[in-house]
Design a protein around this ligand. Structure first.
Ligand SMILES: NC(=O)c1ccc[n+]([C@@H]2O[C@H](COP(=O)([O-])OP(=O)(O)OC[C@H]3O[C@@H](n4cnc5c(N)ncnc54)[C@H](OP(=O)(O)O)[C@@H]3O)[C@@H](O)[C@H]2O)c1
Length: 334
């Protein structure tokens, strides 16, 4: 089978399409014929050696993908041949709180940028039937993260307001889930064109953070001085202070990403004076993934895909993501 792997060096340039022997499922394992995979910002860090410079080689990247089960080990009961499944991001987090010593696909263990992969039966979920393979491939990381922050670590209610940063994968899922819950959504973005696309998806307000760098003040104006109920914080060091200004007293800032840096000098008083809940988010459990899938299936929600690349052009997909012009998810058809 064909697989993209880094053999001797961790770098995007070293990622090569090679041949590997077909994997064989053990008693508790499932052999999956992959159909589509999706990129996340983390994957660029992984292939550039920024996530784990000591990644054991050879290594197959990407956490997110969907495929058909083609064979199962003799103790497998959760799925059967012909089922369409996605791998869960944290392979050993099934429900409840996150365990210590997590194993994530495409970083702590080989990922899914391959024609066939073998996973433990516990590490897969069925995906909603109304989705195409490309759409279903986008769910394991970005969608589960957005769902966790608003519905599991948050309790979003109709009429509340959510602020999402940018128009990437996590933010657009957060926008769509917030709309399902009957909430208002304010989007900040680098581009007026992208804000227009966000409005078509149901965003109530948009702010161009390039033109209005103090977007937090604008958010306060838009919410009558109160602030938003939730911030889906993907910017990190460069945006957190403004998010603390933009959230209401008693509101929640879900710390998810580090797009604008990993460390910053912080002015702490707003956190205590406004009793803000600053909640770290790390994707979510299998139970959270399945709960989200139920909602996606019920509402026939469709993930936003920016572009689909053929398998052979996977490296082009990484380069495209690094340019940052996308809106929603970038997918590779396998
Ligand atoms: N903790 C977790 O469990 C978890 C899970 C998934 C992702 N993440 C993290 O979340 C972040 C986003 O991931 P993603 O996959 O959604 O990325 P993505 O699809 O690549 O989206 C990135 C988008 O964010 C916007 N952006 C960039 N810098 C910004 C800034 N300074 N302020 C506001 N918006 C900014 C840009 O959109 P515009 O051009 O529209 O501004 C950019 O296109 C990454 O840091 C990723 O590692 C964390």
């Amino acid at each position: 089978m064909r697989v993209f792997e880094m053999q001797n060096k961790i770098s995007l340039e070293a990622l090569t399409l090679t041949e590997r022997n077909d994997p064989y499922p053990g008693p508790e394992q499932v052999l999956i014929q992959m159909r589509a995979a999706a990129l996340n910002y983390r994957d660029a860090w992984v292939v550039n050696g920024l996530y784990n410079p000591n990644l054991p080689l050879p290594f197959v990247p990407l956490s997110d993908g969907v495929g058909s089960v083609v064979a199962v080990g003799h103790n497998v009961t959760r799925v059967k041949p012909g089922d369409r499944v996605a791998g869960i991001f944290v392979q050993n987090w099934l429900s409840g709180g996150m365990p210590g010593g997590i194993l994530t696909l495409g970083a702590d263990m080989d990922g899914v940028l391959a024609q066939r992969v073998v996973l433990h039966q516990d590490g897969v979920v069925h995906v909603p039937v109304h989705l195409t393979d490309e759409e279903a491939a986008t769910l394991p990381c970005a969608a589960v993260t957005a769902w966790s922050s608003l519905m599991v670590q948050g309790a979003l209610k109709p009429g509340e307001t959510v602020l999402v940063q940018g128009t990437g994968g996590v933010s657009l899922f957060a926008l769509q889930f917030a709309r399902l819950a009957g909430a208002q959504v304010i989007v900040i973005s680098s581009s007026d064109e992208k804000l227009e696309q966000a409005r078509l998806l149901g965003a109530t307000e948009g702010i161009n953070y390039k033109k209005i760098p103090d977007w937090d003040k604008e958010v306060l104006k838009l919410t009558g001085g109160k602030g938003v109920d939730y911030v889906v914080e993907v910017g990190g060091a460069g945006t957190l202070s403004r998010s603390l200004n933009a959230v209401r007293t008693g509101g929640q800032v879900s710390l998810i990403g580090i797009l604008s840096g990993i460390s910053a000098e912080m002015f702490m008083p707003p956190i205590l004076m406004k009793q803000i809940r600053v909640q770290g988010i790390y994707v979510g459990s299998r139970a959270t993934f399945e709960q989200m899938n139920d909602a996606i299936a019920l509402h026939k929600l469709k993930p936003v895909i920016d572009r689909v690349f053929p398998f052979e052009e996977a490296i082009g997909a990484f380069k495209y993501m690094e340019k940052g012009g996308h809106v929603g998810k970038i997918v590779i058809r396998i």
